[in-house]
Ligand binder design. Structure first.
Ligand code: 2NE
Length: 268
């Protein structure tokens, strides 16, 4: 790929910056966005002049709000099992032999929160908000989105995040270990630059080995993601999942349970 439409790519002073550029969709990703991010990660990941990669979203509203629900019709609009090669993108963030830093400038929701989870480090503006929304909108990201999140924030907290779909403020994300630092939005770039500059003084080979050793311990989750996407593709074909997407687009509450289910639920 020589030029991108959904992302911006900038390489300067040893740092590559990948910016999702879909402000009208709160930086949600469609199939093309994932493909471009994958291409850019390959480009930066194996460029010897690059020592750190920053992943962010354009503007100050959203880092990334996950899959683009307007490009979802029983599946997203791209390639792969669910029409979004998210498991490939998530794995690649882990595979590139240099630190990937999430610069969280706003909402990190759904698949956006999963990207934060997969990044090596995360630095957030104090205005950022985090959360999973799958069970509210007929989706789930079973793999790095669940099992890796549990390693990052703990089992109970990860289950709370998925089962209740609440939103968490930046300082709460800091307390639970989802981000490394929180700063005022106006200081976000300077803080990210400081972290990158420190990393660039280190031995790149030692960092690459350290990163791979962290990954080796949790790489079985990649298998869970493959299995999970297979299941998710089947779930997307159901009325229950499609109701979640429709409800989001129609800006109403989803109705996942029919009256007959409610009666059934009350029986011992
Ligand atoms: C981000 C959030 C919390 C913002 O809420 P609010 O109330 O501040 O704004 P609003 O009105 O909901 O959103 C602003 C505009 O951005 C669009 C909205 O439709 C709206 O557009 P307009 O009405 O102004 O035209 N927008 C926001 N997020 C979008 C998205 N993901 N796709 C398309 N348009 C989006 C609130 O908007 C929210 O909760 N968004 C999350 C939506 C969502 O369902 N994300 C996907 C989850 S599933 C996923 O990421 C996934 C997975 O679980 C597994 C595999 C692959 C992907």
């Amino acid at each position: 790929m020589t030029s991108y439409t959904d992302i911006l790519y900038e390489a300067q002073g040893g740092v590559a910056r990948l910016t999702i550029n879909r402000p009208e969709k709160y930086n949600a990703f469609r199939g093309k966005t994932c493909d471009e991010l994958i291409d850019a990660l390959h480009r930066a990941g194996w460029d010897k002049t690059i020592g750190a990669i920053v992943l962010t979203g354009v503007g100050d509203k959203a880092f990334c709000t996950g899959g683009d629900q307007s490009a979802h019709d029983g599946g997203y609009d791209g390639r792969g099992l669910i029409g979004l090669p998210v498991e490939e993108l998530q794995s690649l963030i882990r595979e590139v032999p240099k630190p990937v830093i999430a610069r969280v400038n706003g909402y990190a929701i759904g698949g956006g929160n999963v990207l934060v989870t997969c990044c090596d480090l995360a630095i957030a503006a104090d205005s950022a908000q985090f959360g999973q929304v799958g069970p509210k909108v007929g989706s789930v990201d079973p793999g790095f989105g669940t099992a890796l999140l549990a390693r990052v924030v703990g089992e109970k907290k990860a289950r709370e995040i998925w089962f209740l779909c609440r939103r968490y403020k930046a300082h709460e994300a800091l307390v639970m270990g989802l981000v490394n630092a929180v700063v005022p939005l106006a200081e976000l770039d300077a803080e990210v630059d400081r972290w990158c500059a420190e990393i660039l003084t280190m031995s790149p080979t030692a960092i690459a080995i350290a990163k791979r050793s962290f990954n080796a311990d949790s790489d079985s989750i990649r298998g869970i993601a493959g299995l999970g996407m297979q299941a998710l593709a089947l779930y997307y074909g159901t009325e229950e999942s499609q109701e979640g997407v429709k409800a989001f687009l129609e800006k109403r509450k989803p109705r996942f349970r029919h009256d007959s289910d409610a009666v059934q639920d009350k029986q011992p």
